[in-house]
Write a new protein. Structure first.
Length: 142
């Protein structure tokens, strides 16, 4: 029989320490590292591309500065309590797709994803979490 407990490190430690014999019943621990800013950036671009209805050609090969800015923003988000790694990256991807769809003027318009929309999505999740003030995430690098 397998029993799997999953959660964030601090909460898992609290759970396992709630009963003196509980920790000894779970001898194997698997720890998954958080995504790096680079990995989160790649996952976001791939997730947007996988949707199939979005034109991601303008974000296909970002400049060094833009790529670094995206990675840095994800690194900033990754230290926020409750950051969900891939789960949050996919949520950002969904938010971006929704913004692009809602901003469309009709069925004939190309649904283009730009870095402006991506940065806005990253700012939005930072604000919703209440952990990242707008000044930490400036506008798109020029």
């Amino acid at each position: 029989m397998f029993i799997i407990l999953a959660g964030y490190g601090e909460q898992m430690d609290l759970l396992l320490s709630s009963n003196p014999g509980l920790r000894s019943r779970f001898r194997r621990v698997m720890t998954f590292d958080s995504l790096t800013g680079e990995q989160a950036t790649q996952l976001l671009i791939q997730s947007l591309d996988d949707k199939g209805f979005l034109d991601t050609s303008s974000i296909g090969v970002p400049t060094y500065e833009t790529h670094k800015e995206l990675c840095d923003r994800f690194t900033s988000l990754s230290v926020v309590d409750g950051w969900g790694n891939a789960r949050d990256v996919h949520a950002i991807s969904e938010d971006i797709a929704r913004k692009v769809l809602l901003g469309s003027s009709g069925p004939e318009e190309t649904l283009s994803v730009t870095f402006d929309v991506i940065y806005e999505g990253l700012r939005d999740i930072g604000r919703r979490r209440g952990a990242i003030p707008p000044t930490v995430m400036p506008s798109v690098p020029k």
